[in-house]
Write a protein that binds this ligand. Structure first.
Ligand code: ZN
Length: 372
């Protein structure tokens, strides 16, 4: 991972690069960003930059021996600790090393993913993931040895909030008396769950969420979709890059048009059409159905904001703005909140594998009844 691979966040990249140039690399750093943010990719790019043999002004060189190995996550002085569990194939002596091969592929292919996506990736999805007690030995073993190739030994620890007490204590010991030229990059989504003795020994690097335009630009480049579609998805993903990727892959329908048409049918109480709709709704598949509900909920949320402030539609494009403005004229706050509740309930049932035809029809009837 290089800084140039990560969209936006120039302000954070500058601070990280300056810390290396000024020789102020704190030995314990806590990268804190919400799910789908650049917290893990930035820690990886930072690790690459620190050990690059020919650091450039804004990024690692990309061609030196260290960069080439760091890009594949096989640099001998870059170590990883992350949550794992047993799988069908592997049941004994489970630690990060057991899944190192899967982890490298995961970082290469989907570095913005969350914990459950990682679980699904290596085959531990139905198990409780954690950072096991055995990891404490790995931490001590890997970091008390001399660096093999790099100037710095770096350990990236993903989701320290999932460490058990023994692993946390081993880490704490090393943070208290760090061996020379050792850097710990802890990447967390929830610092509130990390013990305070560890927090007090790390320097916090707060990573903001991506903006809509950072997500949209990145999607256009990576996923080869139109600007309009990229913007629509960025808006729905709400700063979460993993969510944006999921939406591109799974949402085929044009939700904007579909939602508008569906609301019109509910408003007209056109029951025959709504029954037909529930048939085609079922054929969309569960992920697309969920995306439709998410879209509907976001429109309702914007409508509420619009009603209370009058001018909060800056994130939307023209056609959508017009729709929400008209929508807000027809419905009062109470009705919008009611419809949101129905959509939320429907989403809940779809997520738990209820029959989507019945859920959709039931929701449509409730919405139609509440509209007049
Ligand atoms: Zn380099």
């Amino acid at each position: 991972m290089f800084f140039k691979d990560i969209p936006g966040l120039e302000e954070t990249k500058k601070i990280l690069i300056a810390s290396v140039k000024n020789n102020h690399i704190a030995h314990g750093q806590l990268f804190f960003g919400s799910e789908g943010s650049a917290a893990l990719p930035l820690a990886l790019a930072y690790a690459t930059f620190i050990n690059c043999e020919n650091q450039q002004a804004e990024d690692a060189c990309g061609v030196c021996a260290a960069c080439v190995k760091n890009q594949k996550y096989i640099f001998p002085d870059l170590h990883f600790i992350f949550p794992t569990s047993s799988t069908k194939a592997k049941t004994k002596d489970i630690s990060s090393n057991t899944f190192l091969k899967e982890w490298r592929t995961f970082l290469t292919e989907t570095p913005y993913s969350n914990l459950s996506e990682w679980g699904a990736f290596f085959g531990g999805e139905n198990k409780q993931l954690s950072i096991s007690v055995d990891e404490s030995r790995n931490i001590v073993k890997n970091l008390t040895l001399k660096a093999i190739e790099g100037a710095y030994k770096i350990m990236v620890l993903w989701l320290p909030e999932m460490m058990n007490a023994a692993a946390a204590n081993a880490l704490l010991k090393i943070l208290e008396e760090p061996p020379g030229k050792t850097v710990f990059l802890l990447v967390t989504q929830d610092p509130g769950k990390i013990i305070t003795t560890i927090l007090s020994r790390t320097q916090m690097v707060k990573i903001r969420d991506f903006t809509d335009s950072e997500v949209a630009t990145y999607l256009e480049k990576k996923k080869d979709i139109t600007e309009k579609r990229a913007k629509q998805i960025a808006y729905l993903a709400d700063g979460k890059m993993n969510e944006a990727f999921r939406l591109v892959d799974e949402a085929e329908e044009d939700n904007q048009e579909m939602f508008r048409e569906w609301m019109r049918l509910c408003y007209k109480k056109d029951y025959t059409s709504l029954v037909n709709w529930s048939d085609s709704f079922q054929k969309m598949g569960r992920e697309a159905e969920k995306t439709f509900f998410q879209y509907g909920l976001s429109v309702l949320r914007e409508s509420l904001v619009f009603q209370s402030t009058g001018d909060a539609l800056l994130r939307l494009e023209e056609t959508e703005k017009t729709f929400i403005e008209n929508f807000s004229k027809v419905l009062n706050t109470e009705k919008i909140e009611k419809i949101s509740t129905f959509l939320n309930e429907a989403y809940y049932h779809i997520e738990r594998n209820a029959n989507s035809k019945i859920v959709f029809l039931d929701m449509s009837l409730s919405v139609a009844a509440s509209l007049r």
